[in-house]
Ligand binder design. Structure first.
Ligand SMILES: Cc1cc2nc3c(=O)[nH]c(=O)nc-3n(C[C@H](O)[C@H](O)[C@H](O)COP(=O)(O)OP(=O)(O)OC[C@H]3O[C@@H](n4cnc5c(N)ncnc54)[C@H](O)[C@@H]3O)c2cc1C
Length: 388
């Protein structure tokens, strides 16, 4: 018998446990994770970027809290007084607009961002060229640079959080959830592929791109689909200036990684099913034309490594789905659909889940905008500008 059982032990499940135990140290918590190596988890394969460049206050505030937690991770996750340092490269984010419409979105978003205390500069093509001499800026209509943003080591965060949770008393079980029992309008138990059955007062669906499989076990469907996304690591002969995590309006992103760079390209029409094939040919067909257009020195690069992973894409509006599903047991909560911004928002999502359990509603940040119930209410809340 547990107080809370998380299905899925990535960053969202892990941060929910951590927040719960920070407030109620006596809680009995189990995290059920089918793959403790996290080989396929988005949390381990993420680009791990943290940015203030959002158009919606809730998204921005969640990521600001992500800055706070990942920025102080070593101390917050200290075990027996020993800090667990986390690498955080603050080389900034750079959004590039290529059309007048993208520039309009960017300028409108900038007003929101700066009003909320985010540090960002709206810059024209000439200023971009001054800051990033290796870039082709001929087709740039506007750019937005947030110099204090950056990216972390995602696997380091995942392992540090797990160690901290274990020190706080969380039980991590290697097992896959295969079904639930529901009586009297509440989920009572989860069955595992090990043959075990766990009873609890609360169940959290923190399985990311697998979340729909879990709700299917309870007999309802959510608009969250795996979106296959391949990450390519390449090296460039030329030594360039320090680059930020750059998201180009043409549909491609890249960031420095070790001696080289990683790039990804989001094709929304590929959402729907898991695809673990590493389609290397897509580098030359899709990514390379875009990144070499932006940085001509990337015309001669060496592709070194590639791997596949999946966004938990919110097909509804690109934003998270939080909390219970209307008409379903109220002790079954979800946090999924974070698309390409879930690592930075996992600390805030975990806090939100802990508040739903301990307080019966959102407290630190009003996240009703992202309540899962909005789907059945027909309310869409898309970001303006970058959608993932
Ligand atoms: C290529 C890529 C780049 C990204 N870049 C960024 C970025 O720059 N910034 C950002 O903020 N976010 C980014 N994201 C998104 C972010 O990584 C995810 O939103 C976040 O890591 C999701 O965490 P999670 O805990 O919900 O899911 P996951 O980390 O995927 O964890 C879910 C876990 O559930 C487990 N599970 C599944 N089914 C079961 C079951 N039946 N029983 C038990 N366990 C189960 C899985 O094994 C998995 O470990 C990126 C994602 C990808 C794929």
């Amino acid at each position: 018998m547990y107080d809370v059982v998380m299905i899925g032990g990535g960053l969202h499940g892990g941060f929910a446990a951590w927040h719960l135990l920070k407030r109620e140290p006596g809680l009995r918590i189990a995290i059920v994770e089918k793959d403790p190596t996290y080989e396929f988890a988005a949390s381990a394969r993420s680009n791990a970027g943290i940015r203030v460049l959002f158009s919606q206050e809730e998204n921005l505030r969640m990521s600001q809290y992500g800055h706070e937690v990942y920025g102080n991770f070593g101390e917050l996750m200290a075990v027996d007084g020993t800090p667990q340092p986390l690498s955080f490269w603050r080389h900034g984010y750079l959004f590039i607009a290529n059309t007048a419409a993208q520039a309009d979105d960017m300028a409108a978003n900038y007003e929101v961002q700066t009003a909320l205390g985010a540090e960002a500069d709206l810059i024209d093509a000439a200023e971009l060229k001054r800051r990033r001499p290796s870039m082709n800026t001929d087709d740039v209509t506007l750019a937005c640079h947030s110099p204090k943003d950056g990216w972390i080591d995602p696997y380091g965060a995942l392992m540090g959080l797990k160690r901290k949770n274990q020190a706080l008393g969380v039980t991590y079980l290697k097992a896959a959830a295969t079904g639930f029992t529901v009586t009297g309008g509440a989920v009572r138990t989860v069955t595992l592929d090990t043959g075990e059955t766990l009873a609890a007062d609360w169940f959290l669906n923190t399985t990311g791109a697998w979340a729909r499989e879990i709700t299917g076990m309870l007999g309802f469907d959510i608009p969250v689909a795996p979106l296959p996304r391949i990450t390519f690591y390449f090296e460039c002969r030329e030594q360039l200036e320090q680059h930020s995590l750059t998201i180009d309006g043409k549909g491609c992103s890249f960031k420095p990684e070790g001696k080289g760079y990683v790039t990804g390209h989001t094709v929304f029409s590929r959402a729907g099913a898991f695809d673990w094939t590493v389609h290397e040919d897509r580098f030359e067909a899709e990514n390379w034309p875009l990144v070499s257009h932006r940085i001509p020195a990337f015309e001669t690069v060496k592709l070194v490594n590639s791997w596949a992973c999946h966004y938990a894409l919110s097909e509804w509006d690109g934003n998270a789905l939080l909390g219970a599903w209307p008409g379903q047991p109220e002790n079954f909560l979800m946090a999924t659909g974070f698309s390409g911004h879930g690592l930075q928002q996992a600390p805030a999502s975990g806090r939100a889940l802990s508040e739903l359990i301990l307080d019966g509603g959102f407290q630190a940040l009003d996240l009703n905008r992202f309540a899962a119930s909005r789907v059945l209410e027909g309310r869409k809340e898309p970001e303006r500008g970058v959608k993932a």
